[in-house]
Design a protein around this ligand. Sequence first.
Ligand SMILES: NC(=O)c1ccc[n+]([C@@H]2O[C@H](COP(=O)([O-])OP(=O)(O)OC[C@H]3O[C@@H](n4cnc5c(N)ncnc54)[C@H](OP(=O)(O)O)[C@@H]3O)[C@@H](O)[C@H]2O)c1
Length: 314
Amino acid sequence: MATILDGRKLAEEIRADVKKEVATLNRIGIDVGLGLLLVGENPASVQYFQATLSACRKTGVTAYEFRLPQTVTANEILNLVNKINTDERIHGLLVLMPLPRHMNPRRIINHIVPEKDIDGLGAISVGRLAADESTFQLFRKDSDNADQQSRMILSLWSFLPCTPFGVIRLLDRYKVPVRGKHAVIIGKSLAVGKPLATMFLAKEATVTVCHKETQDLAAMTRQADILCSATGRVGLIRAGMVKKGAVVVDIGISVLKDGSIAGDVDFKSVSKKASLITPVPGGVGPVTISMLLENTVRSAQRNELFKSPLVVMG
Ligand SMILES: NC(=O)c1ccc[n+]([C@@H]2O[C@H](COP(=O)([O-])OP(=O)(O)OC[C@H]3O[C@@H](n4cnc5c(N)ncnc54)[C@H](OP(=O)(O)O)[C@@H]3O)[C@@H](O)[C@H]2O)c1
């Protein structure tokens, strides 16, 4: 039987660190602020919005709530984002997806200044991740390395997308070796699959990315030392698709008719074959929100660092 990769436990640990760092900032008069922008009433988004508010309350982060009706125009949202961009109280902005069909979500996301793009989905953040300018954040222990430091300066204002960053943090927490391993990712979205692939490459894994057009998915997944699924297709991954001893990370979240939550992986059968596995719920989900708060605190710290008269930019 596989060992459980316990996301709730890791999320609590990260939140405890966030709480301490928020308290340290509070002592020097800085309040950490997170903006949450929700358009409409999509049940999954409302649930995520509420869960994030609750995490803010537990850690001392001040949440600024912006709730808009489904009928709002793109220009009204862009004006609001402009205001948040220059609001000194707010260090990060999360725009909950999906946005109404009548607007282009990339236009909205790209309007967030990179300094406040704490979910790392704007074009600049995505580019910096692809250019390996922000991946130093995946190697916290190596931060005294000179090369890492120079990358850190370049990437000072970009953040890693919270869900894939949370996956890497969860694997780190359970000391899962990544270098030289074959990571197979199912899903190629901008929020999950693609950045996760880039993060695994930065950690020197061999990476395969699968999607709907992949021929013979099982032939790919059976090669995985680390298998990550992010499709939202309940039960897509069955035991016959998994190599014995593989590490299985289920990122998928689907709300079933009875209101319960299910992942992409058939947990019952796959957990008999895997060495480590995430449950759903209680796996990657809780870690995502903690990473969002961690990025927000980092933004507040960076903001303060750059305001300091003692920092000389060369
Ligand atoms: N745990 C968390 O914190 C967290 C955070 C974000 C998202 N999620 C969950 O993760 C899942 C994916 O989210 P997303 O935003 O990445 O979704 P998305 O944008 O809809 O992307 C889904 C991806 O899965 C691929 N796919 C769908 N069905 C497939 C199949 N049968 N075989 C192979 N590939 C398939 C799609 O391929 P194509 O590109 O070819 O269409 C696409 O690349 C959802 O369940 C979402 O709720 C969880």
